[in-house]
Design a protein. Structure first.
Ligand code: 5GW
Ligand code: MN
Length: 299
């Protein structure tokens, strides 16, 4: 085995090409960077976008981002896509999958090359809890039917949001979840897991790693299929017993992640609400909740 490919000249040219600087001097010490099962927790200043972009381009990775605009929530779609064009996976192949019951309300948005909007017609459930929870079933069904052939990774998010800084391939991994911004820094006792032992979403008091947000998860299509299939089946089992977990789909997602640990975890930089202020640990706000008039939009 000859080690000649590692002579200093090669390393120097890699550095020149990618602007690489060994990250040994300025690792962040103010936040947790690795979960107990060694999954990276993604924070700014802990990774090199140039290296990651090169890796993902080499693999010609295709990304699907899924949103639901059911009933009045179609109003959020244009801001979502316009800001995503500025900040989400810029330079990569992206399909926007817009699930809606109001196909004709989905606006045309100018897209960069390699990016497309696909509108998927789905039913509207009457109860808002069902609108939110049935996302799992629809994501599962479309994962099997379409996403498998069209993309490599899925990013599944709420629609009442706007991008305000870069979100790139650093988030992509086989299975990823996002730390809930409202419960970041809370200890286990404060996590709002489902505590009814009769529910499929039940998490005992002495278990649970993090509290994950229902509005931001993803992974490769196979893993998202397994996650959404589990969550939908668990919700149906509970429904048959007249049970609904306290935070709906989010509760079932937290149960899934307890026993199927994510391979990457997104920090609250990736899901924030300006009502929570700007704590010191938050060096970038990449994806922000859009203020909604609850009465007007939800009636
Ligand atoms: C309507 C009334 C109350 C709660 C949710 C809805 C609703 C949600 C709706 O009428 N239409 C719809 O498409 N949704 C989808 O569910 C949106 O994609 C939305 O982002 C997601 C979760 O509901 P949110 O965003 O209102 O929940 P929070 O926890 O962000 O306030
Ligand atoms: Mn939301």
């Amino acid at each position: 085995m000859k080690g000649s490919e590692w002579h200093p000249g090669v390393i120097l040219s890699c550095r020149a090409q990618l602007g690489y600087r060994p990250p040994d001097t300025d690792r962040r010490t103010d936040v947790l960077l690795l979960s107990p099962w060694l999954a990276p927790i993604v924070w700014s200043e802990t990774y090199n976008s140039a290296i990651l972009d090169a890796q993902f381009h080499q693999r010609n990775v295709r990304v699907g981002i899924t949103i639901f605009g059911i009933k009045k929530y179609t109003v959020f779609v244009s801001t979502f896509i316009e800001t995503a064009e500025k900040y989400f996976m810029v330079g990569h192949k992206v399909n926007y999958y817009v699930f809606t019951d109001r196909v004709s309300d989905i606006p045309m948005v100018d897209l960069a090359e390699g990016r497309r909007v696909m509108v998927l017609s789905v039913p509207a459930y009457r109860r808002w809890q069902d609108v939110s929870m049935r996302r799992m079933e629809m994501l599962r069904d479309y994962s099997r039917r379409r996403f498998m052939e069209e993309v490599d990774y899925l990013v599944c998010v709420d629609v009442d949001m706007r991008f305000s800084d870069e979100v790139g391939v650093e988030i992509l991994s086989d299975l990823f979840g996002t730390l809930h911004p409202g419960l970041y820094g809370t200890s286990r006792e404060g996590y709002t897991y489902e505590r009814n032992p009769q529910s499929e979403a039940y998490i005992p008091a002495d278990e649970g790693d993090f509290y994950y947000a229902g509005g931001y998860f993803g992974g490769n299509v196979e893993e998202v299929y397994k996650l959404t299939d589990f969550c939908h089946n668990a919700m149906m089992t509970d429904k048959a017993k007249n049970i609904e977990a306290v935070w709906h789909d989010e509760s079932y997602l937290n149960k899934y992640f307890l026993y199927h640990k994510p391979t990457r975890i997104l920090s609250p930089e990736y899901l924030w609400d300006d009502d929570l202020g700007t704590p010191d640990f938050l060096r970038r706000k990449r994806f922000l909740a859009v203020r909604k008039n609850h009465k007007e939009i939800r009636n």
